[in-house]
Design a protein around this ligand. Structure first.
Ligand code: SAM
Length: 418
């Protein structure tokens, strides 16, 4: 059945707003759907997928849209929607538009310039080419421009991965164990999970496998004192609390009251009682000083460009800038130093980002080690062996969608000398 012609109009309207890049695309979409309650779930799905498709393919679609007649924004919209639901499912197109769409969708993208084909902003493509070579950058970009699979983390204080897999199958939702995380499941389609008893009872949380691995390499154990320094809405906090088997003390710090508030209902579902959310003013807050030298493990999941999460947030590449990255570098350096003070001798500090850029990753760690002689790097291959995670790495954890089917993540483990 064809979608009503109004869907093209709705999508174009949202696209105009999203392409101003004044806020995250998912917030704009949610707001639009709230303001247009008559849109059914099929229509919403088509619009959202169409918009995300345009954001993923913006360079190529912009170039294609410059051919043909009429407003280019409408042609961008048609390309996005046709990519999402197929050209045949679109209602209200003129014969000229249908012919244009048929022709355009058959253009061989390999004939386009590499940077356009990457669908990355030029500054980012140049950076990746300098490090990975053109072919490498294109492979990386292609994987970043695909939608992500749906991964779940099993809350091991409430059930085993096998139990959850079996319970999902009765829903019926097919899943398989994630290749690297011992507590992950990859769901084969993308069903709504919010109403499942498994979700309401806190047996599962949606979490990318890479994110699960970050929590795993912290190596938090029963009875330890642990700090999740940039806890946000607590994705990693919940994984750490479960790894500690709901014992010890886990502080969830963040400067954002709003994000910490989102942790509360997740905590209630999880059954964890070892977590203490604390809002801090900044990385040198007096609350941190009180814990100086007392903590076994500190995770710094630093604010970053988010360029490793383009599969989920394709607008980020168009909103981020080199100046923005440089500003983040200052923050990352300062947060890592602030958090380091809490680590006790023999304790561990884990620096992590969801960025693919060296300047947010190893460069921050190298600079930290140069000014903190009491810390040493624990090679990631040793950490992964300790955790029995079957992944080949050298000094750092570097996950990428094209190699590991996870979002892009970086992590380094630093130990305070005894
Ligand atoms: C990458 S996000 C954390 C995501 C979270 N760990 C998770 O797994 O869901 C980074 C977080 O750092 C927080 N943040 C920014 N500046 C901070 C600071 N100076 N001290 C502590 N947290 C900070 C942000 O509010 C944001 O929630």
């Amino acid at each position: 059945m064809r979608l009503p012609p109004a869907i093209v109009h709705n999508t174009e309207e949202i696209l105009r707003e999203i392409l101003r890049f004044t806020g995250p695309a998912d917030s704009t979409l949610s707001r639009y759907f709230r303001d247009h309650p008559r849109l059914g779930s099929r229509e919403r799905g088509a619009i959202a997928e169409g918009i995300y498709g345009i954001l993923r393919n913006k360079s190529v679609y912009t170039s294609f849209s410059e051919s043909g007649n009429g407003p280019t924004m409408r042609r961008m919209t048609l390309l996005g929607l046709a990519g999402a639901v197929g050209a045949d499912a679109l209602g209200g197109l003129t014969d000229e538009e249908t012919a244009w769409l048929d022709h355009t969708m058959q253009i061989d993208r390999n004939l386009l310039p590499a940077s356009m084909r990457s669908n990355l902003p030029q500054w980012l493509f140049d950076k990746l080419v300098a490090r990975e070579g053109e072919e490498g950058a294109l492979v990386m970009a292609a994987a970043l421009n695909e939608p992500a699979p749906l991964d779940l983390r099993v809350n091991v204080i409430k059930g085993t991965r096998e139990d959850v897999m079996a319970a999902l199958a009765t829903a019926p939702i097919l899943s398989e164990p994630t290749p690297f995380s011992p507590v992950g499941l990859r769901v084969l389609k993308k069903p709504a999970l919010q109403n499942l008893p498994l979700f309401k009872d806190g047996l599962i949380e949606v979490q990318d496998e890479g994110s699960q691995l970050l929590a795993q390499i912290v190596g938090a154990k029963r009875g330890e004192m642990v700090v999740d320094f940039c806890a946000g809405a607590g994705g990693k906090t919940l994984a750490l609390g479960a790894a500690m088997r709901n014992t010890g003390r886990l502080y969830a710090f963040d400067i954002s009251e709003k994000r910490l508030a989102k942790l509360k209902p997740r905590l209630a579902r999880s059954g964890l009682s070892n977590v203490h959310p604390v809002q801090i003013a900044h990385e040198n807050d007096a609350k941190i000083k009180r814990l100086a030298g007392k903590i076994d493990r500190v995770l710094v999941d630093a604010p970053c460009s988010g360029l490793g999460t383009l599969r989920r947030n394709p607008d980020v590449k168009w909103r981020q800038t080199p100046i923005g990255v440089a500003e983040l570098n200052v923050k990352q350096t300062s947060i890592l130093s602030g958090a380091a003070r809490m680590v006790k001798t023999g304790g561990r500090l884990v620096y992590a980002t969801c960025s693919l850029l060296d300047e947010e990753n190893e460069d921050i760690v190298t600079a930290f080690l140069a000014t903190h002689e009491d810390f040493v790097l624990v090679p990631m291959k040793d950490v992964l062996a300790e955790q029995k995670v079957d992944l080949e790495m050298d000094d750092y954890l570097k996950l990428t969608p094209h190699q590991h089917q996870t979002d892009g993540f970086f992590a380094a483990v630093l130990e305070r000398k005894k």
